[in-house]
Design a protein around this ligand. Structure first.
Ligand SMILES: [Ca+2]
Length: 372
């Protein structure tokens, strides 16, 4: 990464941290309907028969999963965690619009998928290079340059080729070919999922749930002026950059399991946590350790993660507290562009996290990565 970009990245992150981490106040502009008390998924009242408990139906079979991501370091960590999770079978990866330019970063992500994670049989396709939303918002250029370069992390050489299909077509083909209902995990923009639903609406019958990192329901957003709209303090980046696609996915009727900023704030990775990886010679653990070192370097110390929490939520709801309802996204141009809102509390199919058990999450993530 060039120094100038690194500097701007750290600068923006510093602003982000000062707002998102230190002032988690209620959002005065929110149109969210006052909620029922946050409910633990393990409480007797939830889940109901309608509520998707996880991708596993009988507790023994793996969850068939398509991972759609936008190339942040957080996405790299999420995929590594998923590759180590014995309850998950990754059947496809889509590089989506967001921090990365999907086509630019694809070869490095393929090398990561095949040569570091050893998932040689998993196809990787390039998603749309532009959002569906006519507003055309994008992440800051410095972030995109870094993501396109896989954050400067060293990767083995790979001669593998990116899947020839477009990202949305890979989603369609994998969902239609799966003998079991597929779970989608989306930790970037919703662009390719929305395109897949447009091109083949029947796939929703074979999608068990869409797990999402995105949105902010009862807390402030995280744009912090980085998108050029100083007055939008309600949107979260993943939803904001393609609010129209997110709106289509939210209105699809497919059960949604959402880890918004509400349920993922303050998930700090400290040097004490990273030290638990020390000395481990497993290839993936060593790579995760290098990833942490890069994060410490860029953040200037302890760093935050969000996407890996959504990866945990694919199979393990018990670490979060949840609220439910019919959910929507504001896609109109204006200061609320990209805001996620609760329409009503009727539906119990859609859940969004409003808190988590940090200590248990850390332990669980390390248990999976270290295979202990
Ligand atoms: Ca991401």
């Amino acid at each position: 990464m060039r120094f100038k970009n690194c500097l701007s990245f750290v600068l923006v992150l510093s602003v982000l941290l000062s707002v998102a981490a230190c002032q988690p106040v209620a959002n005065e502009k929110s149109t969210v309907i006052p909620s029922a008390q946050a409910t633990s998924i393990s409480d007797q009242s939830m889940p109901t028969a309608e509520t998707p408990t996880s991708g596993m139906m009988d507790g023994s079979e793996k969850v068939p999963l398509i991972f759609s991501h936008d190339g942040a370091m957080d996405d790299i960590a999420a995929l590594l965690y998923l590759s180590k999770n014995p309850d998950v079978e990754i059947i496809g990866v889509v590089n989506s619009y967001g921090e990365q330019v999907p086509a630019t970063s694809s070869q490095k992500w393929l090398a990561y998928l095949h040569e570091v994670l050893d998932l040689d049989d998993v196809p990787l396709a390039v998603g749309s290079g532009a959002p569906l939303d006519p507003a055309g918002y994008a992440f800051p250029q410095g972030w995109r340059d870094a993501a396109n370069d896989f954050w400067g992390l060293e990767l083995p050489v790979s001669n593998a080729t990116v899947d020839a299909r477009e990202g949305y077509q890979l989603i369609i083909d994998l969902v239609n070919a799966s003998p079991e209902k597929v779970t989608l995990l989306v930790t970037g923009a919703q662009t390719d999922v929305a395109l897949a639903l447009q091109h083949d609406p029947r796939i929703k019958e074979n999608i068990r749930q869409i797990v999402i990192m995105g949105g902010a329901f009862h807390t402030v957003g995280n744009l912090n002026g980085g998108a050029g709209d100083a007055n939008n303090d309600v949107a979260e980046w993943n939803i904001f950059v393609d609010a129209l696609a997110a709106k289509q996915v939210f209105q699809s009727g497919i059960p949604l399991i959402i880890i918004p900023l509400d349920g993922s704030e303050d998930f700090w990775i400290t040097k004490a946590i990273k030290d638990q990886l020390s000395g481990n010679q497993d290839k993936q653990v060593r790579f995760f350790s290098q990833l942490c070192d890069k994060e410490f370097e860029l953040w200037g110390g302890d760093f935050l993660m969000w996407d890996i929490l959504a990866a945990v939520a694919v199979t393990d709801h018990q670490y979060f507290s949840w609220e439910n309802g019919n959910l929507d996204v504001i896609s109109d141009i204006g200061d609320q562009h990209g805001q996620t809102v609760v329409v009503d509390r009727i539906s119990r199919k859609n859940l969004f996290a409003v808190g988590n058990d940090y200590d248990e999450l850390y332990n669980h993530i390390l248990d999976v990565i270290l295979e202990r």
